[in-house]
Design a protein around this ligand. Sequence first.
Ligand SMILES: Cc1ncc(COP(=O)(O)O)c(C=O)c1O
Length: 259
Amino acid sequence: MYYGGYPMDIRGIVSYARERKIRVLEDAAHAVGTLDDTGEWPGKYSDGAAFSFYATKNITSGEGGMFLTNDKDLEERVRILSLHGMDRDAWKRYELGNRYAYDVVALGYKYNMPDLTAALVMSQLAKLSTLQARRDRLARIYCDAFEGSNGIVPATQWPLRPARHSWCVFAIIVDDSCGVTRDSVITSLLGNGIGTSVHFPPTHLLASMRHLHTRPLPVTEWAAQRLVSLPLYPDMSDEDAHYVADSVCSAARRSTSRS
Ligand SMILES: Cc1ncc(COP(=O)(O)O)c(C=O)c1O
């Protein structure tokens, strides 16, 4: 997956997988706006990439998503399975001159995006570069503010062009050198009127998954105890971002001065 929209080495992953005859599907939920080191969208080199348009994503229709693939057969299969297994959608059946007939060729799902929702996405896609530029600007303010700060480390780096980070999530790691816990930073930010999140609680520790937990995952658990996702959305002003960054730094400083 693209953590927060950070571009991964997808060509490396695909080449590793191809040698072993493994297919690659990308979780590109955070990656609307992400470009890889060849300047391409997710889905270009793999078998396909699934993007999310959920409310917390870079462009949104409230719910729904998009699947990109260069594989015609897979595209057809996804289309059919997402609409009850029907081989022809309403546009194909009802447009003037088209046949009414259809077949149900598979046991499918009701996973199709409603046309009204798709219209919302289309209008947002047209604004993607403006929205992305704003995210880039805010992320830059955060990165600059935390450079050389005591123990506050951005969880992902600024990639080299033509790669691009979508900055769907801007997460920091509250490192042990900070002398303060992640949760105390969260509490301190809350006191300044700043809401945060954590991406993600480790899957293997979730109630529904715990029974599958066969071995410890110390690196995952280390990160999950130190991550904080800061607010980042296009309507934020530069001043807002400076205020958040200053609040994070002073939460860390307070603890350093105490110790
Ligand atoms: C990494 C990741 N994958 C998949 C999803 C699921 O996306 P959706 O809610 O559009 O099904 C999310 C949703 O937040 C996500 O963060």
